[in-house]
Ligand binder design. Structure first.
Ligand SMILES: N[C@@H](CCC(=O)N[C@@H](CS)C(=O)NCC(=O)O)C(=O)O
Length: 221
């Protein structure tokens, strides 16, 4: 039995929900409220599952694993039939490059604990916090689009740009779409990135993306 410990608004948990839905794996959810009482992810009980005090954590028959990318790769190996990675090695490496661009270089800079630290310890105001947030998103999204164009050659998007890797849905989309959701929530002008919005709109037509979105979670407020 699989339990996903997450939070409705968590970008990283959203990645895992999309993958679980896409692979049609049945799972239940345990909500870890990131704001209530200073954050339920800091409780000793949760820390036994995830010593980093971050969501998500996947619990699969007593096996606990954190870090959304590690979880995605675990699910990929355990349930390879409905794959989120292309069949050839170079394309797989490129997809992982896109995933890591978002998950290692954009998301961590804009994470709750980083923003809280900037407000509380560095004492920046809300406007400066938004500038910070938007700066790192813009930097990451620009590079993401440049990579998509490189993949297509001649400055065109790969294939018709339906998804990040062209015609096939992949792990890159699983990472991109929750980040766009988050960007929109924090008033980032996504119209600067029409290529990414086109991918976003295509993905959100799919039930497994829709069902994974924050507002459709049982703990949504
Ligand atoms: N690299 C981690 C990031 C996990 C992460 O930052 N999760 C956020 C929610 S999206 C969290 O738990 N934040 C709590 C905090 O910042 O205090 C992953 O991909 O799982």
């Amino acid at each position: 039995m699989i339990t996903l410990y997450g939070y409705w608004r968590s970008t990283a948990a959203c990645r895992v929900r999309i993958a679980l839905n896409y692979k049609q794996i049945s799972y239940s959810q345990a909500s870890v409220h990131l704001l209530k009482d200073g954050g339920e992810h800091h409780t000793p009980e949760y820390k036994t599952l995830n010593p980093q005090s971050l969501v998500p954590t996947l619990l699969d028959d007593g096996f606990a694993i954190g870090q959304s990318m590690a979880i995605l790769e675990y699910l990929e190996e355990k349930y390879p039939e409905t794959s989120l990675l292309p069949s050839d090695m170079e394309s797989r490496a490129k997809i992982r490059q896109l995933c890591q661009l978002i998950t290692c270089d954009v998301h961590p800079l804009n994470n709750l604990r980083v923003l809280q630290y900037l407000s509380e310890k560095v004492e920046i105001n809300d406007e400066q916090k938004q500038d910070w947030y938007h700066h790192w998103l813009r930097t990451g999204f620009k590079a993401y689009v440049a990579l998509l164009k490189q993949a297509g050659g001649k400055g065109e998007l790969v294939s018709n740009g339906e998804y990040s890797s062209g015609k096939e849905l992949s792990m890159a989309d699983v990472c991109l779409i929750p980040q766009i959701y988050n960007a929109t929530r924090f008033n980032f002008p996504m119209e600067e990135f029409p290529e990414l919005m086109a991918i976003n709109n295509n993905c959100l037509k799919l039930e497994y993306f829709q069902n994974a979105m924050p507002e459709n979670q049982p703990d949504a407020e």
